[in-house]
Every structure is written in C-alpha cells, then in structure tokens.
Design a protein around this ligand. Structure first.
Ligand SMILES: O=C(O)C1=C[C@@H](OP(=O)(O)O)[C@@H](O)[C@H](O)C1
Ligand SMILES: C=C(OP(=O)(O)O)C(=O)O
Length: 409
C-alpha cells in the first residue's frame, strides 16, 4: 500500500511508547528456548521477533523466517545444535541472497550437519540437529557480527562452552558486546578480549526476568524528525542511560543537528530548538550500520553535506542500501556518490516535490525517508515494509501530527 505524507505544523510534539529492541528480543528468545526459566518483558512486536517465536516452536519441516537476518543466523546455530531436529530453514527471496556461508562453515567445524538446498553459501539450509562436542572455532568477523552472536548464543549450552577466534577486522562490534552482556546478565560467564571470545558452559539457569530496552534504531526516526523540525519536544519510552544497543549513539550524533536528549525516569526527551546548522557531517558507522539511512536523509532534508564511512555491511542487508539510498536521494535532486563502504551526499537548495520513494522491501528505506515530508510532500511506495521492525510506525507518525493518505494503487 502506498502512503502520502504531509505535515503542516512548525512545532513537533508527542509522547510515544516504542516496543523492545528486536536485536535484544531475538537474542533473549533463543536463550529462553535453551533455558526455559527465562522470561521477557517489553518484547519487540516486530515481524522479525514474531517469526523467531514461531520458529522456536518447531522441530521439523520448513521454517520460513521471511526477511529476518537475526532469525536466519541465530536459528541456523540453534537448530544445528538441537539434537534430533530436522528442519529446512528458509526465508524471503532477498534472504536467499544474504550470505550465511561463514557461519555454516564454523558450525560444520564444530560437527554440525548442514547442507545448501539451492546455492552454495546461501539459504535455504537443510539442518539435521546434533550434539556439538567441540569447543573451539574460528570465524571471519568483518562480514556480519550476526554469525558471531549466533555462535555465542548456543555456546553456553555446549558441553564445554566455546572459544571463538575472530579473524580479520571485527565489524558491528556493539552487537557482539550486546550478546555478551545479555549472557552476563543471565549469569553466564564469558569474555571478549582482543580477537578472542570465550563463553563458559552453563547447564541450568533457574528463573530470570529480562527487561528489554526499547529499540534505539526505531527511535532514530524521531531524532531525524526533531532535527528537521524548527522546534520539537518528543518523549519516547522505555530507554536506559547505559544501553546495550550501539544505535543509542544516535543521541550523541544528533547533537550536531541541535537535538538535545535528556532522561526523565526511563523516558528520553528529545528537544530541538532553532540552531545554526553544520555545513558538513562526517561519521564512521561501522558500529551502527542501521542508522546510516536515517542520518543521510536528515542531511538531505537540511541541505547539509554528508560523508558516511564504515558502510561495507550495507550491501548485504534487506537490500543493497547504498544503491537504494543513492537512487532515492537522486530522485529528490541530490548528488550522491557511493563506494563499497561509503556514501557522500552533496547538498542542494530545493528538494524536488511529490517524489515517490521506492522501498526495496526494506523497512529502513520507508522510515528513513518519511521525515522528509516535513519539508516536501512525499509518497512512500510500500508502507507495509515497516512491520519488519516497527509495525506501529505510521500510527506513531500520526501521533506527532503527520497527515497520511493511504492508497492501494
Ligand atoms: O545482531 C544484530 O541484532 C544485528 C546486527 C547488525 O548486523 P551485521 O552484524 O550484519 O552488521 C545489524 O545491522 C542488524 O540489524 C542487527
Ligand atoms: C539489517 C537489519 O536486520 P537483519 O539483518 O536482522 O535482517 C535491520 O534491521 O536493519
């Protein structure tokens, strides 16, 4: 369904409740399947967490996780280590193009039985679960941190735990640290020093409640909205000063755009007041790849030159995000250059009006471009994509004063 967006008020205000981080939720769901005493609060209502919950009830047959990268990677390890299970793990057309070879090879090194049903190195996978008895594995770490988190999540359930040797430059490191912190919170011992991760075995855990922090990647779109507005007062819950999510760096980054963040209990208050805007923004997003689209579009809206580096993982996400960003920002009149791992945007004075933004089955393309409607009327081609991480996104935009017109054409 297409959606036309506009917003006519100068001041943006609202109070929103954002659900739990999908990254934290999908980790804790795997751990809960391994240690049933774990309970969760503020679980993500995303499609990615829903498919994860459904998959964890299965022991045989075809398990389809649609577009969910974390579900694909974490479940590959989970099913491989689950003795007696026989599943075909598959996903959307795009998921069949997202590589999984490094993880499959690492699991095979541990004794797993996994084969490719279509193309070598890609889903769908046929997995015959086995007890994995080895306790050392090495894996290349600069393609996706999800492979490493997947191994860490099953590690405490292996008889001797697991030592993981990371090869090459480690990417998306905060996601690895998030996995480790969650294990620590549950009383599982482990450490990550230099290029080595060591997780100790744990047979039983007893009962533990995990309170999931709300999703900072979802919050990023409200930072963008605040930055683009003349003035804004937004309240978002439930957040923590010390977050496990690397995307919480958005609060620091958006200071450049005049957005201040303060905590009131477990809510964040975003305050934007008129300010002098920077001429140029340079960020390395190797630790926070999911907010690249948000920042690029904020700069486009404000006419700020922007150089984003550390983006080598973007081409294997829901779409090739570098190409998608370039194509859609050029529709609005921008000049954009991309390399394998960077994007450079050159400012323009006036944005083209009434553009129709293609979404490439990527939730973040829809949500990152939506704030532009504060500047020019805009159409988002497939509004439904947001449900991958943030099903209530459009309702929340209405809450902060947006007018939405939906059409099926
Ligand atoms: O572990 C996770 O929860 C995630 C890790 C990141 O992926 P990469 O490690 O592939 O960059 C991130 O982009 C994704 O949205 C979620
Ligand atoms: C890349 C993302 O998710 P995943 O890799 O889990 O599909 C994302 O949410 O931006």
């Amino acid at each position: 369904m297409k959606i036309q967006l506009s917003h006519s008020q100068k001041h943006l205000k609202g109070e929103l409740q954002i659900t739990g981080s999908k990254s934290e939720s999908n980790r804790v769901l795997i751990l809960q399947a391994l240690y049933p005493g774990i309970s969760l609060e503020n679980l993500s209502n995303s499609d990615d967490s829903r498919v994860m919950q459904e998959a964890l009830l299965r022991n045989s047959g075809t398990v389809d996780i649609h577009h969910a990268g974390t579900a694909m990677r974490f479940l590959t390890a989970y099913f491989a280590a689950k003795k007696g299970c026989e599943v075909i793990l598959t996903g959307s057309k795009r998921m069949k193009e997202r590589p999984v070879k490094l993880l499959v090879e690492a699991l095979k090194e541990l004794g797993a039985e996994i084969s490719y049903l279509e193309h070598d190195g890609f889903p769908p996978l046929k997995i015959s679960g086995k007890e994995l008895r080895k306790s050392f594995v090495s894996v290349e770490a600069n393609i996706s941190s999800q492979y490493i988190s997947a191994l860490m999540l099953i590690a405490p359930s292996l008889p001797e735990g697991l030592e993981i040797q990371l090869e090459g430059k480690v990417t998306s490191t905060p996601y690895i640290e998030m996995t480790l912190e969650l294990l620590h919170f549950l009383g599982i011992e482990g450490n990550f020093t230099g290029n080595k991760i060591k997780i100790q075995p744990k047979k039983n855990l007893g009962s533990k409640k995990v309170q999931i922090e709300s999703d900072w990647s979802s919050a990023s779109y409200f930072y963008s909205l605040a930055a683009i507005s003349e003035t804004a007062d937004l309240k978002l819950s439930n957040y923590r000063k010390t977050s496990l999510q690397g995307d919480s760096s958005i609060a620091e980054i958006y200071k450049h755009f005049g957005v201040a963040t303060r905590f009131e209990g477990n809510s964040i208050i975003l305050e934007k007041r008129p300010c002098k805007k920077p001429r140029r923004i340079i960020e390395n997003l190797q630790n926070a790849p999911d907010i690249a689209q948000t920042i690029a579009v904020t700069c486009l809206a404000l006419g700020i030159e922007c150089e984003l580096n550390g983006l080598h993982t973007l081409k294997i996400k829901e779409t090739d995000r570098l190409v998608a960003l370039k194509t859609e920002m050029e529709k609005l009149g921008a000049r954009v250059t991309i390399t394998e791992d960077s994007l450079q945007l050159f400012p323009l004075k006036t944005l083209n009006k009434n553009c129709s933004i293609a979404t490439y089955n990527d939730h973040r393309m829809a949500m990152a471009f939506a704030p532009l409607a504060l500047k020019v009327p805009l159409e988002i081609e497939d509004s439904g994509v947001v449900s991958k991480s943030y099903p209530g996104f459009w309702e929340d935009l209405e809450q902060v004063g947006f007018s939405l017109v939906k059409s099926s054409k």
